[in-house]
Write a protein that binds this ligand. Structure first.
Ligand SMILES: Nc1ncnc2c1ncn2[C@@H]1O[C@H](COP(=O)(O)OP(=O)(O)O)[C@@H](O)[C@H]1O
Ligand SMILES: [Mg+2]
Length: 378
């Protein structure tokens, strides 16, 4: 199935995937994932939000053999097994055209399960709704159906940790057993909640133990992103010097989404040769546009939590937020309070924790623009 992409209105898109031309690097990661899938192994793609997991999943589809089937579903909005089933069946219909032979088979099969099929008013995409609590059987049937197709199928399930929140107790157990028996169907699981996912896939007592090869998505390297940015501007007749590109990457901390947003804004400036002032203006505007959200976040936090967040933002990478020094310097009260605030900020995804090359733990504000705004304002 050949796929044509729409041309984005701006060569630095900030949502969606527009084909390899607008996609920077990820060569190693793509290669590794393709190789695993082609060897019949499932993968687990993990990484912080907005680093580019979803875009990479779409990119991989382009690199797999053309006759492979590829089904993508994002289960973040699902709250229970029935919605998971709806989402899986909808993904099937969305990925197969009712026009061709194989597509007809798929549609016929989904219809035979007797769900309600409707079409989204805005996107025109098929939606599926099963009015049943008996979800295991239809899900197993769908998977077996795909396994019986002549060509391999990859099912990419984005934000997979979501099944963890379902009220049903043993979703992962029967899902694992359904998946395990399949031939010709491989899975690409992905998600941002790394602690949850790591537990699901590395705890020997859990059903998904060792069922997928983990791949951790890191930031795109400065060098790769720098050439990409410079070349993209230049292919549109615009000049952004090396030094400015470096400053842009520095300010956005090379975090994919934030780099894209700043470059997107910069691209809109009607100029052929950029100066430092141009990206400064864009960055300022971005922070201003987001200020209402940032002020709102603040209302969601207790004074202690807010003080800790400001302290972490000002530190950049906070290695020892519960240490005497850090607490004294930022007047955070007791270590116990700080521990509690850390948990709460992690839970709200306002900060993330990560290990550096030497294995030391540190904390950072999750949203780069929010961090920059705090650094400037407080
Ligand atoms: N390799 C890339 N090159 C250029 N832009 C990218 C790349 N990866 C992601 N993006 C952009 O960044 C945005 C955020 O990425 P996304 O895939 O949604 O992140 P995640 O799924 O990890 O939260 C995407 O909408 C896309 O526009
Ligand atoms: Mg995503």
């Amino acid at each position: 199935m050949s796929k044509k992409f729409k041309t984005p209105t701006n060569p630095f898109p900030t949502t969606g995937y527009y084909g390899p031309e607008y996609f920077c690097d990820r060569e190693q990661e793509s290669k590794k994932i393709i190789q695993l899938l082609q060897n019949g192994q499932s993968c687990l793609l993990m990484g912080n939000r907005r680093l580019g997991k979803t875009a990479l999943i779409y990119h991989i589809r382009e690199l797999l053999p053309k006759d492979w089937r590829y089904i993508y579903l994002d289960i973040l909005p699902t709250e229970n097994e029935q919605q998971f089933l709806d989402s899986l069946a909808a993904a099937l219909l969305q990925n197969f055209s009712e026009e061709d032979t194989i597509g007809k088979k798929v549609w016929g099969f989904v219809k035979s399960l007797r769900p309600i099929i409707s079409f989204d008013q805005l996107s025109g995409l098929p939606q599926v709704s099963f009015q049943t609590s008996q979800t295991e059987k239809p899900i197993r049937d769908i998977l077996s159906f795909l396994a019986a197709l002549e060509k391999p199928t990859v099912i990419a399930i984005d934000e997979f940790q979501q099944i963890h929140t379902y009220p049903e107790q043993n979703t992962d157990a029967w899902l694992r057993s359904a998946i395990q028996q399949l031939q010709n169907v491989f899975f690409l699981f992905s998600g941002s909640r790394q602690t949850l996912l790591t537990e699901m896939f590395t705890d020997p007592s859990r059903p998904f133990y060792k069922s997928a090869s983990p791949i951790k998505l890191e930031k795109i390297t400065k060098e790769e992103y720098k050439s990409f940015i410079i070349n993209t501007f230049s292919s549109h007749g615009k000049t952004l010097g090396e030094e400015l590109a470096e400053q842009v990457l520095e300010w956005t901390k090379c975090h994919t989404y934030y780099v894209q947003v700043l470059c997107n804004n910069l691209f809109q400036v009607p100029k052929m040769n950029y100066e430092q002032e141009d990206w400064h203006t864009c960055a300022n505007n971005i922070l201003k546009e987001n200020e209402t959200f940032f002020l709102y976040y603040r209302t969601l936090l207790s004074t202690q939590q807010w003080k800790l967040l400001v302290a972490i933002a000002k530190t950049g990478s906070a290695y020892a937020p519960t240490s005497k020094d850090f607490i004294a310097k930022n007047q955070l009260g007791s270590a116990a309070t700080v521990f509690k605030s850390i948990d709460s900020l992690l839970d709200k995804e306002l900060i993330f924790k990560e290990y550096d090359k030497n294995g030391s733990l540190y904390y950072e504000v999750y949203d780069v623009f929010f961090e920059r705004w705090i650094q400037r304002t407080y």
